[in-house]
Design a protein around this ligand. Structure first.
Ligand code: PMP
Length: 329
């Protein structure tokens, strides 16, 4: 019999798949690291387990403790899954703009979700940042992972994602391309790979308008990447290059990945692939460009994979139809 002891043993060791159709005409090899195959469905399972392990080891999180984090996304899912297995209570604080589906995913794992109004200033006591700070003070045994500044976030990628890519490519990787949210993925993985070989280039993919590519934080629609501030976990000096990608380019590529590669992924994956192909086009034929796909596309069915939504935001023109649903024969 071949099995693992717990769902947590399924975190990491995700496969690489070659991109064929979208990379047509490119001589370099373009490989995608498929992070949606983690058990919680995203790259964030890695940091969730690493941050909790470290907090247990340091005593910051004790048996019966409560994890409090302002997140509604993939990090929340990872934390909720690990907390369920380890017997911790989880309280997530999220703004009311977060969809019911996303809140329900967290609740399904047994987490409690506190919803705060979006339309208040960050210093308003009802804002989700301040509510989470207050909960940490009020709940006994509460611990806040804080993925933006927790060093175990990049450290988990230094210890897992980086070595996996080096091994999987037999040390032939020449370029690593990833989006930047907290900066944990690119900083930890990039540092490991650069220590292995000076030849490895690290390329950040960034939504147009985000600070990492020189913007002011102007809103963009791709989720999970780009910021309007500089997180501690982003090592500014590490990337060799930042490639700016528009929402339109990111969403078009996200749809193409499903249609042409059979990879149903989120918008930040589409964005990273646009940047990877830009880099791969000017790379040498024996170069190996690896791009990380952070999560799957199921969470974006009513957005990127909805013709109506794409039309509302101007990414498709009215009357244009790309997806056929409910045809009656
Ligand atoms: N894509 C998605 C969908 C994410 O949730 C995140 C995490 N915010 C990222 C990309 C970026 O990863 P990191 O925080 O490690 O920079």
């Amino acid at each position: 019999m071949r099995y693992v002891e717990s769902v947590l043993d399924l975190i990491g060791n995700t496969p690489l798949v070659k991109l064929n159709s979208v990379a047509e005409g490119i001589e370099a090899t373009v490989l995608a690291k498929v992070e949606y195959l983690n058990p919680g469905g995203s790259v964030k399972d890695r940091i969730a387990s690493a941050m909790i392990d470290a907090a247990e080891a340091s005593g910051a999180l004790r048996p019966g403790g409560t994890i409090v984090e302002p997140t509604s996304g993939n990090t929340g899912v990872g934390l909720a899954m690990v907390a369920q297995q380890r017997g911790y209570r989880c309280v997530f604080v999220c703004p009311d703009k977060v969809s019911e589906d996303k809140r329900n995913v967290l609740a399904a794992y047994g987490a409690e979700v506190v919803v705060c109004p979006t339309a208040v200033a960050p210093d308003d006591p009802r804002s989700y940042y301040l509510v989470s700070d207050r909960l940490v003070e009020e709940i006994e045994g509460a611990w806040k992972p804080d993925q933006y500044s927790n060093p175990d976030n990049p450290a988990s990628h230094y210890r897992s994602t980086g070595p996996e890519l080096w091994d999987q490519t037999d040390g032939r990787i020449t370029h690593f391309v990833a989006g930047i949210g907290t900066g944990g993925t690119i900083s930890g993985t990039g540092q490991y790979l650069k220590e292995k070989s000076e030849r490895v280039r690290v390329i950040g993919a960034d939504p147009e308008g985000s600070v990492y590519s020189g913007g002011t934080g102007r809103p963009y629609l791709v989720e999970g990447v780009g910021e309007d501030f500089w997180p501690d976990n982003y090592d500014k000096g590490l990337p060799d290059e930042i490639v700016e990608v528009t929402d339109a380019e990111a969403f078009e590529m996200t749809r193409r990945l499903a249609r042409e590669e059979g990879l149903l992924v989120g918008g930040s994956a589409g964005m990273a692939v646009v940047a990877a192909l830009t880099v791969a086009r000017r790379a040498e034929p024996d170069d190996v460009v690896v791009v990380l796909l952070p999560d799957g596309g199921r969470g974006y069915l009513s957005k990127i994979f909805s013709d109506d939504w794409m039309t509302t935001y101007g990414f498709m023109t009215a009357g244009e139809q790309d997806m056929t649903v409910g045809a009656v024969l």
